[in-house]
Ligand binder design. Structure first.
Ligand SMILES: [Fe+2]
Length: 406
């Protein structure tokens, strides 16, 4: 760390001492750049971890990382042969990590003072203090994880709910959709991510699963730039301990042609595409060999009551969940899963299995108001899964116990 800073200051001193061939108007400000958001740990896997952060101006983006004892490496991201790093929003995925291993990491950003055809000059580097994380590990016997849903932009609910969830350890945190009500500016995203960092996300990684509200607003198409998403998709799977997790993106709850979407929605086609992926996914070794399979989806689409389009004043409009059931329901039922974790309805519920629809329970977190604000704490061990819905005041709404089937 010191060597890098020393080199850097040396470089800066030389830069100031030598006549600058660039016009004064093009010179960079003397103040170093500032990290305004993060760094945030996102999308943990057994062999990878994504680090995201935002700077107040365009900078390069690198992550220095390594085991607690031993040599550090530097990772950068690149696209089409060019290293990312003349942006304000940064995302670097650390790869080829060892499962169940603690790593230290810090981010490094340097302003590009001049970017010309045959010469690039850098400004001062900024970094954060080293933090630590542990990668996931399918050999782990048991652990806890937490699930938030429907925070709807109220970042201050995060520490309150976290307190209700009880003490650490928990191995990761899932943001299960509608963490924002809409995505219209970076400040909204930063407020949530910075609160996550203040509460846990510099050492415990999060998955941000998209809810229907995060599809709304003019910045919604750019949301992936701020999130860790495997393969840049909102639907994927991962393994930790005896559990294989499937993350689904239910899309919007109404028909694509609904006036609210102004012609921007294409979710019926998107869910068909995702349904095809899901058919392959449940055939994977990871799915078949895991002791438990858990589905994470913002909308509780298999629930007959929740998916009933007649439950609203616009019965012809709310066909998103029935379509999700059509695209995903039979595949999940045939493959056999143990538990689904959802939100969206703004009332906590433990939906028991319903014949012909879902043979697994659905644990549904609450909403964004009063005691309906909940967090779900799930304990995993060899005997089963235990999902506890905890209200913001610390009381339990209910617990769902799923014993092992094998
Ligand atoms: Fe929702």
């Amino acid at each position: 760390m010191h060597t890098r800073l020393l080199n850097h200051w040396l470089g800066l001193a030389l830069l100031l001492a030598v006549p600058n061939p660039v016009p004064a108007s093009a010179a960079a400000p003397l103040t170093p750049p500032v990290i305004t958001t993060g760094p945030v740990l996102q999308c943990p896997m057994e062999t990878s971890m994504t680090v995201t952060w935002i700077t107040d101006r365009k900078t390069t983006a690198a992550v220095e990382y390594g085991p607690l004892q031993g040599t550090l490496k530097t990772a950068v991201a690149s696209h089409h042969g060019l290293v990312d790093g003349n942006e304000r929003t940064h995302k670097v995925t650390l790869e080829n990590l060892e499962p169940g291993t603690v790593y230290r990491y810090r981010v490094i950003s340097r302003e590009i003072v001049n970017l010309r055809h045959y010469r690039v000059d850098h400004g001062e580097a900024i970094t954060n203090v080293f933090q630590e994380f542990r990668t996931l590990d399918r050999r782990k016997q048991g652990y806890d994880f937490l699930v938030f849903n429907d925070v709807h932009g109220q970042a201050t609910n995060i520490p309150n709910l976290l307190q209700a969830a009880g003490p650490k350890p928990y191995d990761f945190v899932i943001f299960n959709g509608d963490i924002l009500s809409f995505v219209t500016n970076e400040t909204q995203i930063s407020a949530i991510l910075n609160q996550a960092v203040a509460s846990f996300a510099s050492t415990t990684a999060l998955y941000w699963v998209r809810g229907n509200h995060e599809t709304r607003g003019d910045l919604a198409p750019q949301l992936p730039a701020y999130l860790g998403l495997p393969g840049d998709r909102y639907y994927y799977s991962f393994d930790h301990g005896p559990v294989h997790f499937i993350v689904l993106d239910g899309g919007e709850d109404k028909i694509d042609e609904h006036r609210e979407y102004g012609g921007r929605a294409d979710f019926f086609r998107y869910r068909r595409e995702q349904g095809e992926w899901l058919k392959q996914e449940v055939r994977s070794k990871a799915f078949r060999r895991s002791k438990y399979q858990v589905v994470i989806c913002h909308m509780p689409f298999p629930s007959k009551q929740a998916a009933d389009p007649k439950r609203t004043k616009e019965p012809g409009a709310f066909l998103g969940m029935p379509d999700a059931f059509e695209q995903f329901g039979a595949t999940l039922e045939k493959a056999g899963v143990d538990l689904m974790i959802s939100g969206h309805m703004h009332v906590p519920a433990i939906v028991p299995p319903e014949r012909g629809r879902h043979s697994y329970p659905i644990v549904q977190g609450g909403g964004d108001k009063g005691t309906n604000r909940t967090i779900i704490r799930v304990a995993v061990d060899q005997a089963g899964l235990s999902a506890n819905i905890l209200r913001v005041n610390g009381s339990s709404f209910g617990q769902c116990r799923v014993p092992t089937r094998r």
